[in-house]
Ligand binder design. Structure first.
Ligand code: TXA
Ligand code: MG
Length: 372
């Protein structure tokens, strides 16, 4: 298959290309497109054959359900049943925007789209290109992130091309996305709203609208035998090709540890990379030192994280260290993705002591973690 490329911006939408893309989707084809979070790999959510094609193009296990993207709130009633009031409260507060809600599905949604589940994930994105495309398609686009399964989600079209060229009919290049990590997923099917995947819409923001909000235990507990309720959260994910370790603890000790390990790896002939922040950028030496942003604005780190992981691959970096980040606010989403990318390799250095763990140690003392 030859993939068609269309370039546009949210301010200058190429209506002809959007119309062609809508036709492709209606006929059961696939189109990759920008959203405000990451690029999506879209197909007709109501056509089981389209969903099968999405799984094949992504190389994704078919028990991992897809998110249905809508562009009109009232369309919810077509694809969901037993819609609780909190759905409309959260929609009013955060849609269009980077949040996905899980409801019980109607018969209109094929099992292929929901990975066999009786529930459906619904998202109303704010990106204007995404909005125009959903409208052109007729209202319901199933779209996982537009990466091959296991790879970091694309935040620029170049990495959609790398993963999907020849596998989809069209890729819409809308530039670098605004947010950089996937939407917050909130489950509304079991009473208390529960976060299944952290994202830009934080727990604090949700609680301000609906009161108490829970969090899936598997997000914060590396040792639990429980299965994540979002099936996709169980897979290794976002992985760069090389070996990544997160280093946390006393800042001076973190810097010293990362520099020492990087020097050792270099001496063994590895190509080394470091993920740090503007605050520490000039304290490091490696083949590639990248600042993800500033600690005073963790959204800046979310914006760059996946891009950096992809760039390290382009630069053939095979040993990587990253500073750990604060887990409050959007930091929870950043650390969730980073921990998966690192395959849960975390080192804490404090008071001369080096401790290895699968989850950040400081979680043990935060009451919110324990009560979850
Ligand atoms: O920001 C986003 O959400 C992006 C853009 C493209 O919209 N999409 C995205 O989709 O991240 P994907 O497929 O890469 O991740 C969807 C996650 C998976 O972990 C999946 O298991 C979970 O949502 N999910 C989907 N439907 C679900 C359901 N009915 N119940 C529980 N989890 C569900
Ligand atoms: Mg994904």
């Amino acid at each position: 298959m030859i993939t068609e490329y269309a370039v546009m911006t949210e301010d200058h939408i190429d209506e002809d290309a959007i119309r062609r893309a809508g036709e492709i989707l209606k006929k059961g084809g696939l189109v990759a497109f920008p959203t405000e979070t990451v690029y999506g790999l879209g197909g007709d959510a109501l056509n089981p054959e389209s969903s099968k094609k999405i799984y094949a193009a992504k190389g994704r296990p078919s028990d991992n359900p897809l998110i249905v993207h809508i562009c009109r709130l009232e369309d919810t009633e077509k694809i969901a049943r037993e819609i609780p009031d909190v759905y409309y409260k959260l929609a009013e507060a955060f849609w269009p925007g980077p949040m996905t809600m899980i409801l019980n599905k109607s018969d209109l949604v094929p099992n292929e789209t929901t990975g066999g589940l009786g529930t459906v994930a619904i998202r109303f994105p704010s990106n204007k290109i995404a909005h125009a495309l959903i409208e052109a398609e007729g209202g319901f686009i199933a779209a996982p992130s537009a990466n091959r399964s296991g790879r970091p989600s694309p935040t620029v079209a170049q990495y959609c091309r790398e993963d999907l060229d020849g596998r989809v009919e069209m890729i819409i290049d809308g530039g670098q996305v605004g947010i950089g990590v996937e939407s917050t997923i909130v489950d509304l099917t079991e009473g208390r709203p529960t976060i299944l995947r952290p994202g830009y819409i934080t727990m604090e923001m949700l609680e301000r609208v609906v009161g108490d909000v829970g969090i899936d235990k598997t997000i914060i507990d590396g040792t639990t035998a429980a299965r994540p309720k979002a099936p996709g959260m169980k897979y290794r994910h976002y992985a760069p090709k090389g070996d990544l370790t997160i280093v946390e603890g006393n800042p001076e000790e973190v810097i010293a540890y990362i520099n020492q390990k990087t020097a050792e790896a270099k001496a063994q002939g590895h190509r080394t990379g470091i993920i740090c922040t503007d605050e520490t950028r000039n304290r490091y030496s490696a083949d590639s030192v990248k600042s993800a942003g500033t600690r005073s604005d963790e959204a800046s780190i979310a914006h760059e994280l996946f891009l950096i992981l992809r760039e390290f691959d382009d630069e053939n970096i095979d040993i990587m260290y990253s500073e750990g980040f604060d887990e409050s606010g959007i930091g929870m989403a950043v650390m969730n993705r980073l921990i998966k990318a690192a395959g849960h390799q975390i080192v804490t250095v404090r008071d001369g002591k080096v401790t290895k763990s699968a989850m950040p140690l400081r979680r043990d003392i935060d009451p919110k973690w324990n009560e979850a």
